[in-house]
Design a protein around this ligand. Structure first.
Ligand code: ATP
Length: 307
């Protein structure tokens, strides 16, 4: 096999309930993941040892230092992990082309790791099963299993336990990236602080995901709008007050609803349909509130080889 190309999608947490802090330092989560049509590409070619280059979003100018090109990159770690588990030598020339902004709450690094597992499995002919790849994905990061699975899924544990869910309805969104990246651990830390101070409620209600899943199966956008929620929104807003302005801008531009995606600073604005999303994107791009504005739809498949 010469060169293999794989793509993987960004995600939006349409519902994210954060439970108490566990002994291992992670929070217990219940989340509904939606894979959306903003894709990173990972190319794997034969090589001598591992080399990695990164192009695209977050690699030039502002945010140039956001995406590492060494062992700190999740793709590098995915390659090492797969090589050890398959008993092959970690030889590959890897290239990531990023469309998913880094540290934006869109799981861009996780998407790259999932795409790398799929690409290298093919390049090296490891013959890993889907279950093998999912187990490796869970070791790499909480969102990596979902990046493999895609579509719509319920996430439990620290997010790595994914249960795919049938979703009949297409949803259209505008993603607006407001300001520089937010650190996920910092946002969880702020949530703990706000909860300890009694300023936001604690505990996740596992049943709260049901209306979101029902709305994604068959509901109109208004049903989804009424059901979506994100426990990380309050701490993200506390750390980045400008996000409040970004959410208001989305609502004023006609979003059916807007919420912070994951740990932010991306605002996900729900549209009625594709045309509505395009109109909203044009309006939001003109506000000057967002660094990047993109129209996307979901659900889309998880990491897979490009045809
Ligand atoms: P999280 O998955 O923690 O919620 P996120 O979705 O907000 O994160 P990512 O784009 O995954 O953001 O990046 C988080 C951090 O991971 C970056 O700041 C970067 O240092 C590191 N990182 C490692 N590998 C990658 C990669 N391939 N692409 C982007 N960031 C990466």
């Amino acid at each position: 096999m010469s060169t293999v190309v794989a793509r993987a999608p960004a995600k939006v947490n349409v519902h994210l309930a954060v439970g108490p802090l566990r002994q291992d330092g992670f929070h217990e989560l219940r989340t509904v993941y939606l894979a959306v049509s903003l894709l990173d590409t990972v190319t794997a070619a034969p090589g001598d040892g591992l080399t990695l280059t990164v192009t695209g979003e977050g690699t030039g100018g502002r945010g140039a230092d956001l995406v590492p090109t060494d062992r700190r990159n999740l793709v590098w770690r995915a390659a090492e992990l797969l090589a050890v588990s398959a008993g092959v030598s970690p030889d590959a020339t890897l290239a990531i082309d990023k469309s998913i902004p880094a540290a934006a709450g869109l799981a861009g690094g996780s998407a790259d790791a999932a795409a790398a597992l799929v690409a290298l499995d093919a390049l090296w002919g490891t013959g890993a099963s889907r279950a093998d790849l999912l187990a490796l994905a869970a070791q790499l990061g909480s969102d990596v299993p979902f990046s493999l699975v895609g579509g719509v899924a319920l996430g439990a544990g620290r997010g790595e336990q994914v249960t795919p869910v049938l979703a009949g309805t297409r949803t259209d969104w505008v993603l607006g990236i407001a300001g520089e990246g937010l650190s996920t651990p910092a946002v969880y830390g702020e949530l703990d602080r706000l909860r300890a101070a009694g300023q936001v409620p604690g505990g996740a209600d596992p049943a709260a995901a049901d209306p979101v899943l029902a709305a994604l199966r068959s509901g109109p956008p208004a049903a989804l709008a009424a059901a979506m929620s994100n426990d990380l929104q309050a701490p993200a807003l506390a750390l980045r007050p400008g996000l409040g302005r970004a959410l208001r801008a989305a609502t004023e531009a006609g979003a059916v609803a807007a919420l912070v995606s994951g740990s932010g600073p991306t605002v996900a604005a729900l549209a009625d349909d594709e045309r509505h999303a395009s109109r909203m994107a044009a309006e939001l791009a003109g506000t000057g509130v967002f660094r990047t504005v993109a129209t996307v739809h979901g659900p889309v498949p998880g990491a897979r080889l490009a045809s």
